[in-house]
Design a protein around this ligand. Structure first.
Ligand code: CAO
Length: 427
């Protein structure tokens, strides 16, 4: 006889009103005992809520973004007679509620787990017991889960097991490292007692620094990236921006920023050169028809990349307002995971700080990123005399597997044309 069980949020410690950031099942899916059903994210950790019974999902009672607390109903599961040992009554399941598995809260889009992602960490035909967040963590580090020794209940691989395996692979001789991250034959990280040379202070990295650091290291090592520089003459554009901001001083309208103009111009360039708005997926290039633009935001806890969704459908005032709001939330640590997901192209603007040029690291799985530094007045020869022109230094890093030098330079040239005469954006 089949039995319907309502699986509820178990005891999650002191947390309440925690948002759901992932739902791994839909009606009709078969779930095994301990399979992760949803992931909750508090400001300190993500927690997978596992199935307390095996069976078939009848109903999903929550949606992404719902904020929930202990006892909130999540999923209704129908258990069949073929698995009587794993079924239990709704009351039992609510009472017993398996403890969620905490893992450090993810930051960047690339570090969030998703069952829809291609699971490179699964062995071919092999059976590995690990929650989606542990699989995502393994994928991020290039760890092969079939080689990891599980220490969790029922042979389940925990995050600590993956960390231990990666540490072992990094410090082991070449034969072991050959199976990690595509076979980099690296020396172990130098271990130095700095206090021998003078006074020191050890300061732990923030959670954001640790997670974005892992993403950046992978992207730096795995993407054959080249950076192309170009100067854009923004004399007229900056004059226009200042004039509009002056006109709007009294109306309280959002201040137009150079970043907002850059986002708008970049979308035009992405539409002309769609390869820049794509991702590599094995032998396929996935061209995106949407334009979600990430922008790097400097925060006291480290670098974050909020995303302006469907920026092609938004006006420049709206973009300026939204970037300002998202940057504020990033600094205050109130960004939601969804605010950092789905970017198809990223802009990293250091223009408010300074610099001339730099080589930004691509935010995988994107294929390009635009770096921007501080504009400066430069003498430009007009055929008769040097003219003072406001020049904006641009640095475009592109994945050479997808974008070669000629294409990248065409993109840059077009982008500078747009910024030099912004009327072209409307063409
Ligand atoms: N050239 C000259 N001046 C510029 C400029 C540029 N390219 N870009 C901005 N400015 C000026 C602005 O006009 C503003 O001046 P006023 O206050 O006089 O108008 C000032 O710099 C401050 O601008 P801002 O940086 O606060 O605003 P923004 O919209 O340009 O940038 C944001 C917002 C979130 C991109 C920025 O605050 C930030 O965090 N930048 C750092 C990004 C980063 O760390 N990138 C590196 C990633 S890799 O490590």
């Amino acid at each position: 006889m089949s039995q319907l069980t309502e699986i509820k949020v178990p005891d999650i410690g002191d947390f309440s009103d925690v948002p759901i950031i992932e739902i791994y099942v839909k009606p009709g899916d078969a779930v095994a005992l301990d399979d992760a059903l949803v992931t909750l994210e508090s400001d300190k950790a993500t927690m997978d809520v596992p199935a307390t019974v095996a069976g078939v999902v009848k109903e999903v009672l929550v949606k992404l973004g719902d904020r929930i607390s202990e006892g909130h109903p999540l999923i209704r599961v129908e258990s069949g007679i073929e698995a009587p040992a794993q079924t239990e009554s709704p009351a039992d399941s609510a009472k017993q509620g398996a403890a969620p598995t905490p893992t450090p809260a993810p930051v960047a889009a690339a570090s969030l787990s998703s069952t829809e992602e291609k699971d490179a960490s699964l062995p071919p035909g092999g059976k590995v017991h690990a929650s989606p967040s542990v699989r995502a963590y393994a994928r991020e580090l290039g760890a092969d889960l079939s080689r990891v020794t599980p220490s969790g209940p029922n042979g389940r691989i925990l995050k600590e097991d993956v960390t231990a395996w990666v540490k072992g692979a990094l410090t082991a001789p070449c034969a072991a490292t050959a199976s990690f991250g595509g076979g980099l034959d690296l020396l172990p990280w130098p271990k130095v007692d700095f206090s021998k040379f003078g006074e020191i202070e050890a300061r732990p990295l923030s959670r954001i620094q640790k997670i974005s650091g892992q993403n950046l290291a992978r992207n730096w090592v795995m993407i054959p990236a080249v950076t192309y520089h170009e100067d854009a003459d923004i004399t007229e554009l900056e004059a226009f921006r200042i004039q509009v901001n002056k006109e709007n001083e009294k109306t309280g309208e959002a201040k137009l920023t150079m970043l907002a103009f850059l986002i708008k111009a970049s979308i035009c360039a992405l539409q002309k050169f769609p390869t820049f708005n794509s991702s590599l997926d094995g032998d396929n290039l996935v061209l995106k028809k949407y334009f979600h633009i990430g922008f790097a935001a400097d925060t006291p806890n480290g670098l974050m990349v909020p995303v302006i969704k469907n920026a092609d459908r938004k006006g420049i005032f709206e973009i300026a307002k939204e970037t300002g709001e998202l940057a504020r939330q990033a600094r205050e640590g109130t960004l939601k995971p969804g605010d950092m997901q789905g970017a198809s192209f990223t802009i990293s603007s250091l223009g408010g700080i300074g610099g001339t040029y730099f080589a930004p690291i691509i935010n995988a799985p994107e294929v390009a990123i635009l770096g921007v530094n501080k504009s400066a007045l430069k003498p430009v020869w007009d055929g008769k005399a040097f003219q003072p022109r406001l020049t904006l230094p641009l640095s475009l890093t592109a994945d050479h597997r997808v974008i070669d030098g000629a294409l990248a330079t065409r993109f840059n040239v077009y982008l500078t044309q747009l910024l030099t005469d912004f009327r072209r954006v409307t063409l």
